[in-house]
Design a protein around this ligand. Structure first.
Ligand SMILES: CC(C)(COP(=O)(O)OP(=O)(O)OC[C@H]1O[C@@H](n2cnc3c(N)ncnc32)[C@H](O)[C@@H]1OP(=O)(O)O)[C@@H](O)C(=O)NCCC(=O)NCCS
Length: 186
């Protein structure tokens, strides 16, 4: 009989901005690998992740397997003037002005959530998201994710996220996205 390797559960930890800065290359490698983006994407995204760290309410939780980073999730308080906020506002206004005001009045934007493909399917994504949202001091969490039966999609549905916008096109991206939200606490 072949013995199955025993895997310890991943350890979760909140990262401060300086701590994520120190591991930014590692975190971006997870992002690029998990999203199947070309490696050069990391260089373009790096300034954006650094700028996000300065935003109000920024929070990050990371997952470690031994000392290696295997997952990362972060977000911040959404606000007018931010690209994502204004894009979602545009979409919601097409449906109902009042719902746009209500949904975007006070929310935490889940900006990134990624688990290295080698570590997926062990509950790390769910644990990261649950841990991150448990630390959020806002009445709602919003996110966008590409349409389709993806692992991310199933995770968000399992955690009770419902539709705000479907088949939505963000400016400059030909893919269709869903914008999902739920009230907090989980
Ligand atoms: C979305 C993502 C973060 C989820 O991370 P994950 O660690 O794979 O998530 P989980 O392990 O919590 O759940 C994944 C699956 O494993 C299953 N699972 C969880 N724990 C398990 C365990 N101990 N044993 C067996 N299966 C398990 C879950 O039921 C789930 O099944 P499903 O995907 O078939 O519905 C990850 O898949 C990812 O990085 N995807 C690419 C990037 C991406 O799309 N990010 C979101 C952008 S919006």
């Amino acid at each position: 009989m072949t013995a199955m390797p025993i895997r310890e559960p991943a350890q979760l930890a909140e990262l401060t901005a300086p701590q994520l800065r120190l591991r930014l290359d590692e975190a971006l490698r997870i992002y690029v690998t998990a999203m199947h983006y070309p490696p050069g994407t990391a260089r373009h995204r790096s300034p954006m992740w650094l700028e996000h760290m300065l935003r109000t309410g920024w929070l990050c939780v990371a997952a470690f397997d031994a000392d290696a980073l295997v997952g990362v999730g972060y977000g911040y308080r959404g606000a007018p003037g931010q690209w994502w906020h204004d894009e979602v506002h545009r979409g919601l206004m097409l449906i109902d002005r009042r719902s746009a005001q209500r949904e975007l009045a006070d929310y935490f934007e889940l900006t990134e959530l990624h688990v290295h493909p080698d570590a997926q399917g062990r509950g790390i994504g769910k644990a990261l998201l649950t841990e991150l949202l448990s630390r959020v001091d806002a009445p709602r969490a919003l996110l966008s994710t590409p349409e389709g039966p993806t692992r991310a999609w199933r995770l968000y549905r399992r955690l009770g996220f419902t539709d705000l916008l479907r088949h939505y096109h963000f400016t400059g991206d030909s893919r269709e996205f869903a914008v999902l939200g739920r009230t907090l606490p989980l």
